[in-house]
Design a protein around this ligand. Structure first.
Ligand code: SF4
Ligand code: SF4
Length: 371
């Protein structure tokens, strides 16, 4: 595969690439992150201004906003009419491809540019920590940073799928970033791109090494979680300090329903009803139905969960909710041999019915109904 090396780290190479794409007429604008004053946060912005691109942060140290959700809001009514570049991390791209399959976003018109991802810093660490030092470490010595999201430490998505172009930093000399193409459009751009020829082998080795490290970490983190919180009592214990704010749902790129059933009038019971339930159970925790909300959400979206960690970063109660969802997702996705984001044509498991599947789940119930 042709590999071209651009000068600069990931952010600088992405800024230069976007400016070049604009000047050459490949794109009419770009969706990138901009820093707020004193690096309070990083927010997505749509721009065609070269000055703004030069100040942008295409690979910010945080994921304050999941870019798949931003693209979904922008394209839910139809594709963009002009060519717009969007820079995404691998889990954001996986979520975006799921949203396309769920008819919540369009990819047409977008030039998707992926990034090799070392992870992002947890929002709570960023808000409480010394941002200058954190940013400096993230940019210069990412391997020394200790504030990554727990989901990033066990992420297996470092190199994403389905992009037109990818900017690769793993395995290349410091101060150089590789440009790789993964679609006919990307290849056409690469054939006209400046840059010196690079060696892809070093990236493959670096990715394999990182993936093995993250896989081991994943087994440890999820194994510990499973030990502590499996079963109904374990789940009740896990969610015992949940304040039922539903923030985890609102920031999740996969939870796209406009009206969540758990926020609907169906859950506005009469006082008599509450009293009856309280009498029957000898006491009723309020607000009620907290565990039902989480199990319902998990049931609806765990096949498409991309383990991005956004829900955990948003949780004011500090619950390791993304890790729990990742554990449930791993099990349900393995069951259906489904990997979210892998393909735009793999059918969503819930959208197809096969009579001859999951017999092992069916068997115990068959004995109950047909003894
Ligand atoms: S459940 Fe959490 S980890 Fe999974 S896709 Fe939604 S926000 Fe990301
Ligand atoms: S964000 Fe945290 S506290 Fe709020 S509902 Fe989700 S798990 Fe519970």
């Amino acid at each position: 595969m042709k590999t071209l090396l651009w000068n600069g780290d990931l952010n600088q190479a992405a800024r230069d690439l976007l400016s070049w794409l604009l000047k050459e007429g490949f794109i009419k604008g770009a969706l990138v992150h901009m820093a707020l004053p004193r690096y309070r946060s990083f927010v997505p912005a749509l721009t065609r201004d070269l000055e703004a691109i030069a100040q942008s942060w295409p690979a910010p140290p945080l994921m304050a906003h999941q870019m798949a959700l931003v693209v979904s809001r922008m394209t839910i009514r139809g594709p963009v009419g002009q060519s717009i570049a969007v820079v995404l991390r691998p889990c954001e791209m996986a979520a975006l491809r799921e949203l396309v399959k769920l008819r919540q976003a369009h990819l047409d018109g977008l030039l998707t540019i992926g990034l090799d991802c070392p992870g992002v810093i947890s929002l709570k660490v960023w808000q409480k920590g010394d941002r200058k030092t954190l940013l400096e470490t993230f940019l210069r010595r990412p391997e020394e940073l200790i504030g990554y999201r727990p989901s990033c430490k066990m992420c297996l998505h470092q190199a994403g799928e389905g992009f037109d172009l990818v900017l690769g930093s793993l395995g290349f000399p410091s101060g150089k970033t590789a440009l790789l193409a993964f679609s006919p459009r990307g290849e056409e751009i690469l054939s006209r791109s400046p840059g010196e020829a690079g060696d892809l082998l070093s990236r493959t080795e670096a990715l394999d090494g990182l993936r093995a490290e993250r896989q081991a970490q994943r087994e440890k983190q999820l194994g510990d979680l499973y030990q502590r919180f499996s079963g109904a009592d374990g789940l009740l214990d896990f969610f015992s300090s949940c304040i039922n704010c539903h923030s985890c749902m609102r920031v999740c790129p996969i939870c796209y329903c406009r009206q969540c059933f758990f926020d609907s009038p169906a859950f506005e019971g009469s006082a008599d009803n509450y009293l009856r339930r309280a009498r029957r159970k000898n006491g009723l925790r309020l607000p009620s139905d907290m565990l039902l909300f989480h199990l319902g959400r998990m049931n609806h979206m765990s096949l498409s969960c991309v383990s991005c960690g956004q829900c955990e970063d948003a949780c004011p109660a500090g619950l390791p909710i993304a890790q729990l969802f990742s554990l449930a997702a791993q099990k349900s996705q393995e069951l259906f041999n489904y990997r979210p984001g892998r393909s735009l044509t793999d059918p969503l498991p819930f959208s197809v019915y096969q009579e001859e599947e999951l017999k092992e789940v069916e068997a115990p119930y068959r004995d109950i109904w047909h003894p």
